[in-house]
Ligand binder design. Structure first.
Ligand code: N7H
Length: 470
C-alpha cells in the first residue's frame, strides 16, 4: 500500500496547471532557521489526496455544467512541490546515502555522459549550461496553478516564510500554449499522453496504459530495486529529474520543409508533416503512427481510450520500420514490445513525465529568418526511483545509442528529437521513409539543446515535517 496523503501530489497525480513557476534556491548559512521555517512550508505542499480530490471536483463540475447547458466553472488550484538536491540534503545535515549514485553525484557531474555540449580544459568538462546550474542548487519549488496571480501569491508567501534563510538562484515560468496548441509542446505535437499507471493508485488505466509496481517510482515501496539500501527518510519519496531544454523551432520546421517524404499522392506540405510524424512516432494530433501509419487521425489522437493502445507488434510492424521508425522519439523512449516480446521487461525504465513548455510563441521574424531569436522549449521534469534506470538510461542508453532498439535489418540511429551526439551535426537515423527504410537521413543539427538541470529528491510530506523541519 502507499499513503496518498503522504506522497507529494505532483508525483503520481500531477497538479493541473496552466502556468508553472520553477524556483531554484540555495539555503543560507542559517540552516537552523531554514529548518524551523520549513515547518510553516509543509502545510503548503500539495498531497496526492488533494490533487485527486480536485480532479474529481473538476469532472463532477464538468458533468453538471453539461447537464445544465452551461460552461464549467473555473476551479482555482495552486499546487506546491518541494525537492532537494544532494547538496541541499547535505546542507541541512541529512548525510546518510540514499542509495542512488547518479543523485549523489549530481547532474553537473553527469552532463558529459548525457551528451550535453561543453568544453574541456585541463581534463575538466564544463557544459554550456545556464550559470545557475553550474553552481550548487540546493532545492527547488515547483508552483503550478491556474493563473499567474495565484502562483505569484503563493510564491510571495513562501518567500515571506523563508526570508533570508534561502536565496533564489534562478526562476523560470512555463505555460500551457495558447488556443488550439493547448497541451502541445513547441514543435507542435500533443504531449503528456503516455505515462505509466501506478499500481494501488491508477486503478482504471486507459487501454494500452501499462501498470507498473509503485517501487519503480516511489523509494522504499514494492519492487524498488534498491529497497534494501534506503534510509527511513527516503520512503515514499521520488527522484525528480529536472532539465531545461531549449527547442530550435524555426530551424526544426525549416528542416521538415526542406526534406518532405516523397511518396505518390503526397503534396510537399503533407510530405513534411509526415516526416515530422516519423521523427516523433506520433502525428501532431497525438495519433500514434503504429495505429495511423499513413495519415493523421485527429479523432484517434484526442481519444484516451485509443491513443495509447499499441505495442509496435502489428504483424507488418513487428521489428520493422514499416509503420514507425525504430528511432522515432516515442519508440526509443518506450520501446514497448520491441523489448517485451524478447522477454526483456521495461517496467524499471518507465518514468512519470510532468513537463511544461516555456518561452513565447514563434514570431514572424523567426519564421522569416528560419532562426530562433527567443529562447523557448520544455521545462522537462520526470519521476522515478532509480535515476540510472529511468531518465539517465533513456537519454544515454536509448536516445543517444544508435544501435537501439533493434539492429536488424537497419541500424536505427539517433532519437532525432532528444538524441545527443559528440558532434551535433553528425546525427543520422534510418527508416524515416517507409518506402526506403535502409536510407539514412542526416539530421544536420540538434533541435533540442540542454541548458542544464539537476537531480532532486522529492521527500514524503511526513519526512519533510518530522525529519527535515525543526
Ligand atoms: Fe519526450 N516531442 O515533442 O517530440 N515526447 N520529448 N522526452 N517522451 C513524447 O506520448 C519531446 C524528452 C519521453 O510512452 C511525446 O505522451 C520534446 C526527454 C517518453 O510511448 C512528444 C522533448 C525524455 C515519452 C515528446 C522531449 C523523454 C515521451 C508524445 C524535449 C527522457 C512517452 C506524447 C524538448 C529522457 C513514450 C506522449 C511512450 C513522449 C516530445 C524530451 C521521454 C510529442 C520536444 C528528455 C518516455
Amino acid at each position: 500500500p502507499v499513503d496518498l496523503k503522504n506522497i507529494q501530489g505532483d508525483i503520481l497525480a500531477g497538479i493541473p496547471k496552466k502556468f508553472e513557476t520553477t524556483m531554484f534556491f540555495q539555503i543560507s548559512n542559517d540552516v537552523e532557521g531554514f529548518r524551523k521555517r520549513l515547518t510553516q512550508i509543509v502545510p503548503l505542499i500539495t498531497t496526492t489526496t488533494e490533487v485527486s480530490g480536485h480532479r474529481e471536483a473538476i469532472s463532477k463540475n464538468k458533468e453538471e455544467a453539461a447537464a445544465q447547458g452551461r460552461k464549467p466553472d473555473l476551479l482555482p488550484i495552486v499546487g506546491v512541490t518541494l525537492a532537494f538536491s544532494q547538496f541541499g540534503l547535505k546542507k541541512i545535515g541529512v548525510n546518510d546515502p540514499i542509495g542512488d549514485p547518479a543523485f549523489q553525484a549530481g547532474q553537473l557531474a553527469d552532463a558529459q555522459n548525457l551528451g550535453d555540449k561543453g568544453t574541456t580544459t585541463n581534463g575538466t568538462f564544463t557544459p554550456d549550461w545556464l550559470p545557475a546550474f553550474k553552481n550548487q542548487v540546493h532545492g527547488v519549488f515547483v508552483i503550478a496553478g491556474d493563473s499567474h496571480i495565484t502562483i505569484d501569491a503563493r510564491l510571495v508567501q513562501i518567500r515571506l516564510i523563508l526570508g533570508t534563510t534561502i536565496h533564489e538562484v534562478f526562476s523560470v515560468t512555463g505555460n500551457v500554449r495558447p488556443g488550439d496548441q493547448k497541451g502541445h509542446e513547441h514543435f507542435g505535437f500533443l504531449d503528456g499522453i503516455s505515462n505509466p499507471a501506478v499500481q494501488n493508485f491508477d486503478t482504471k488505466p486507459f487501454p494500452g496504459q501499462e501498470t507498473i509496481r509503485p517501487g519503480f517510482i516511489l523509494l522504499g515501496r514494492d519492487q524498488d530495486p534498491n529497497i534494501a539500501n534506503r534510509p527511513a527518510w527516503a520512503v515514499e519519496g521520488s527522484f525528480l529529474v529536472f532539465r531545461y531544454l531549449s527547442q530550435l523551432v524555426p530551424e526544426f520546421d525549416d528542416f521538415l520543409k526542406k526534406n518532405p517524404i516523397v511518396l505518390p499522392g503526397l503534396t510537399p506540405e503533407q510530405g513534411s508533416e509526415f516526416l515530422g510524424a516519423r521523427l516523433v512516432g506520433r502525428w501532431k494530433s497525438g495519433a500514434p503512427l503504429d495505429l495511423a501509419p499513413l495519415q493523421d487521425d485527429p479523432a484517434l489522437g484526442a481519444d484516451p481510450q485509443r491513443n495509447n493502445n499499441f505495442r509496435y507488434d502489428f504483424p507488418e510492424d513487428f521489428q520493422t520500420q514499416d509503420r514507425c521508425p525504430f528511432a522515432a522519439h516515442v519508440r526509443k523512449t518506450n520501446p514497448r514490445n520491441d523489448l517485451e516480446s524478447l522477454g526483456i521487461s521495461t517496467e524499471k525504465n518507465r518514468i512519470i513525465r510532468r513537463g511544461v513548455p516555456f518561452g513565447p510563441e514563434v514570431t514572424k521574424d523567426e519564421v522569416t529568418q528560419k532562426k530562433t531569436l527567443h529562447d523557448r522549449g520544455l521545462l522537462f521534469r520526470c519521476y522515478q526511483s532509480v535515476i540510472a534506470n529511468g531518465f539517465q538510461f533513456i537519454q544515454h542508453s536509448w536516445a543517444n545509442n544508435t544501435g537501439f532498439p533493434i539492429q536488424k535489418p537497419e541500424v536505427p540511429g539517433f532519437d532525432p528529437i532528444i538524441g545527443q551526439a559528440a558532434d551535433p551535426t553528425s546525427r543520422t537515423m534510418s527508416g524515416s521513409n517507409p518506402q526506403n527504410q535502409t536510407a539514412t537521413l542526416s539530421l544536420p543539427t540538434e533541435w533540442v539543446v540542454s541548458k542544464g538541470g539537476e537531480y532532486f529528491f522529492a521527500p514524503s510530506i511526513s519526512v519533510l515535517r518530522d525529519t527535515f523541519a525543526l
